[in-house]
Ligand binder design. Structure first.
Ligand code: PGA
Length: 255
């Protein structure tokens, strides 16, 4: 079992939810519930909540992430936040290429690759999201799509830099819909991602990369998904906003 070579990572993706005061309350509720976790626990929060979340998690095992970043260090990019800015305030992780960024905000495989490069150069850990639309699954091109997204995003990323990358397979049709991928469906794609990594970096390196599943993962279905050989954690949306549910998923990943 190569699964033992990898550390499970459970990351919450809060999306556009929670004011700083609400963020502090939620973190304080999550903290005691996950303090004995035997996996990495990350909360990715809106930009305005980062300072509060960092402060609230100082004495805990919870790491803080942002939900996007820009690649240039600074400059005339109104409304953007750079990877370097995030690093400067103590942020450790950043989600890149989430399907909501790709669908609603014009992110492409190319901009995802640029953001990934910027984040790695700034010293952030990247949660790189890939996943197919339902039409693509119905066309039978899921593996091709996910392979292509992965290869473009990792273009120019060295084996050493890959240590700072987590890949999250998130089928778009499963995000926020309550329609979770079956463990077999998720395992098939996560395994295909690991095969691409093996082609690019060799099997020994590929076996060490954390590959998450995301999309309607919850307290009820997490254990079965996380038991799959190539599923090393989860990127959790809705359920990450409820402390007991998030903690139950962390618990499932700690087994
Ligand atoms: P969901 O979102 O858990 O609410 O489906 C997952 C995600 O978008 O990362």
């Amino acid at each position: 079992m190569n699964k033992t070579l990898r550390r499970a990572v459970i990351a919450g993706n809060w999306k556009m939810n929670k004011t700083p005061a609400e963020a502090e309350a939620l973190i304080n509720e999550i903290k005691p519930l996950v303090k004995n976790a035997d996996c990495d626990v990350v909360c990715c929060v809106p930009y305005i909540d980062l300072q509060t979340a960092l402060e609230a998690t100082k004495d805990s095992n919870i790491k803080i992430g942002a939900e996007n970043c820009y690649w240039a260090e600074s400059g005339a990019f109104t409304g953007e936040i750079s990877a370097k800015m995030l690093k400067t305030i103590g942020v450790e992780y950043v989600i890149i290429g989430h399907s909501e960024r790709r669908t609603f905000f014009g992110d492409t495989d190319e901009t995802v690759a640029k953001r990934t490069r910027g984040a790695l150069d700034a010293g952030l850990k990247v949660i790189l999201c890939v996943g197919e639309y339902l039409e693509q699954r119905d066309l039978g091109i899921t593996i091709e799509v996910v392979r292509m997204q992965t290869k473009i995003a990792l273009n120019g990323v060295s084996a050493d830099e890959l240590k700072n990358i987590i890949i999250a397979y998130e089928p778009v049709w499963a995000i926020g819909t309550g329609r979770v991928a079956t463990p077999d469906q998720a395992q098939e794609v996560n395994h295909a991602i690991r095969e691409v990594l093996a082609e690019l970096y060799g099997k020994d390196v590929a076996d060490t990369v954390t590959v998450q599943y995301g999309g309607s993962m919850n307290a009820g279905n997490a254990a079965e998904l996380l038991a799959q050989e190539d599923i090393d954690g989860g990127l959790i949306g809705g359920a990450s906003l409820k402390a007991p549910d998030f903690a139950a998923i962390v618990e499932a990943a700690s087994k």
